[in-house]
Design a binder for this molecule. Structure first.
Ligand code: XMP
Length: 528
């Protein structure tokens, strides 16, 4: 999987920067900062970067990332020496800086008490470095440090250009060979001048910023045509941003060789099937099969309360249904998926030696192997915000592009306990009101995800002169950057009161509304 080209032939069309990953928590941010300035880069784990790889990849510049290992330790990770013989600029960050210095003839030591974590200030030495253009408007610059070891002797050719209290060699360089080494992390927001620093590095390496969505669209279309030829492509369209953008891009590339299957499992939100099918089939003219299989899914889920069983049943049936509809339209050689770059990047694991963990994409997991189809993944190179930019470039309306994520198992995991049609109907109505409230108050785009969960309890209430005995529900709204961690959204009390009143007055079957204020961790975003 690792060496599969992102899009065959595609990456050669750009000036490329290679990020060698030593396992830092923030390596992905280096790529983010570079993509923001239209520089194409790829992250590869150190143990996958050998001489042959370097020849093949032919980077215009190399960045060595930070990482948790310690250079003085025997067996600590190294890039191949060839990185320094390519004749291209190299930037070492934190661990990358130390490993570079050690390999080029300097020395790294672990001195207890000299560790620096968090905010630090660096001051320039007398000689100016081009990479620090735009810095030191005041006499010092804030940076973010996270290191235990430090460089004690510079490699031949290196000179210091900035110092901090804990790191006399905060910025060093061998400007003649275009080797740069920083002890801090320029890629994080807590280094306010970091983006400028990285931009200066790219400019020095001759990057012209040729990675734009317009250019990507053209090249991706060409690459898809090359891969698919006159074969048929099938795509599971969920209405989420990723599958939607992938489908529209594929349609632009191969037209009616593409068929999209929208599987309606009966666990969708209010009006969702109509909106998605209407949008893609009627408005964008994509060939979409609307597979209404809700009876089958809901029947299979009857009496099932266990969250994992629910997921397994839904996942299994999804594959069955998809296969059935693929068969009905005469089959296809290619299966399109909206896999994104963060799903593809391998993270380096140091716990069990140089093992490599691949984060896999779960949405239609198991399908390609089972159906003997080849994958087409036209978004494999993109981050989420780039997918949104591409969607806009392809003419998808903003309302679609900015949609909150919605999980594959749908409302099933927002209905703890047994799923019934009655509960799903109640949930759909309450959810629609909550989302409408959020839109009316102009909060939709500030929130990562918002929904209602219907609780498996009935509680007593009083409405008019009568006693009620109805379901309670929980509102859930979180902020997040990637869904990995999240915090609850701090609605004001008026908003919550107004929303609770609207739900109770308008949704028969709910007489109590609560607000979930759990962060993730320890909670998860979904209730199951
Ligand atoms: P949790 O609940 O794990 O969710 O905090 C994190 C993000 O992932 C979404 N999610 C899923 N998406 N299939 C999906 O496509 C799933 O099975 C699934 N489970 C959770 C969830 O909505 C949130 O955005």
């Amino acid at each position: 999987m690792r060496d599969a080209p992102l899009l065959p032939g595609h990456r050669d069309a750009h000036q490329k920067l290679l990020i060698v990953d030593f396992g830092s928590q923030v390596t992905q941010l280096i790529a983010r900062r570079l993509r923001e300035i239209d520089v194409y880069c790829e992250i590869h784990p150190f143990n996958a970067v050998d001489e042959a790889f370097l020849d093949d990849f032919a980077p215009r510049a190399v960045i060595l990332s930070g990482g948790p290992a310690s250079v003085p330790d025997a067996g600590s990770p190294r890039p191949p020496m060839k990185v320094f013989d390519l004749g291209v600029p190299v930037l070492g960050i934190c661990y990358g800086q130390q490993v570079m210095m050690q390999m080029l003839g300097g020395e790294v030591v672990r001195t207890p008490g000299s560790a620096e974590f968090g905010r630090a200030w660096i001051e320039p030495t007398e000689e100016r470095l081009e990479l620090m253009n735009g810095w030191f408007q005041g006499h010092r610059e804030q940076v973010w440090m996270s290191h235990g070891d430090h460089v004690s002797r510079l490699a031949p050719g290196f000179r210091p250009f900035a110092t901090s209290q804990g790191a006399p060699f905060a910025v060093t360089a061998d400007p003649e060979r275009r080797f740069f080494a920083v002890q801090f992390h320029p890629e994080v927001h807590h280094t306010p001048g970091g983006a400028t620093f990285l931009a200066n590095f790219c400019a020095l390496a001759g990057f012209t910023g040729d990675w734009t969505m317009g250019a990507y669209r053209e090249q991706a279309v060409r690459a898809i045509r090359d891969q698919v030829g006159d074969g048929r492509v099938i795509c599971a369209l969920s209405g989420g941003v990723d599958s939607s953008v992938a489908a529209v891009l594929l349609h632009e590339a191969v037209g009616d060789q593409l068929t999209c299957v929208f599987v309606d499992h009966g666990l969708l939100r209010k009006d969702e099937a109509g909106e998605v099918v209407g949008m893609f089939r009627d408005h964008m003219n994509l060939p979409v099969v609307h597979a209404d299989e809700s009876e089958m899914f809901l029947t299979a889920l009857e009496g099932v309360s266990d969250p994992e069983r629910k997921r397994k049943i839904i996942g299994g049936l999804f594959i069955e249904v998809f296969e059935k509809h693929a068969h009905q339209i005469g089959g296809a050689e290619f299966l399109a998926q909206g896999t994104l770059y963060p799903d593809v990047i391998e993270s380096v694991s140091f716990s069990g030696g140089p093992s490599v963990t691949i984060k896999s994409h779960h949405n239609v997991g198991g399908l390609p192997e089972k159906m003997g189809m080849t994958l087409v993944e036209p978004l494999r190179e993109l981050f989420k915000d780039e997918v949104r930019a591409l969607g806009r470039e392809l003419g998808l309306p903003d309302r679609f592009i900015g949609r909150h994520p919605f999980p594959g198992p749908g409302l099933a995991i927002r209905c703890p306990g047994e799923i019934t049609r009655e509960k799903l109907d109640i949930l759909r109505e309450a959810d629609a009101i909550f989302i409408d409230q959020i839109r009316r108050h102009g909060l939709y785009d500030e929130i990562w995800q918002a929904f209602v969960a219907i609780l498996p309890v009935r509680t007593v209430g009083v409405m008019g002169d009568g006693r009620t005995y109805d379901f309670a529900c929980a509102l859930r709204a979180v902020t997040s950057v990637d869904g990995m961690t999240a915090d609850y959204y701090p609605f004001d009390h008026d908003f919550l009161g107004e929303t609770a009143t609207r739900i109770i007055n308008n949704v028969r079957g709910i007489n109590r509304v609560t607000y979930d204020i759990t962060s993730k961790p320890p909670g998860t975003i979904e209730w199951e």
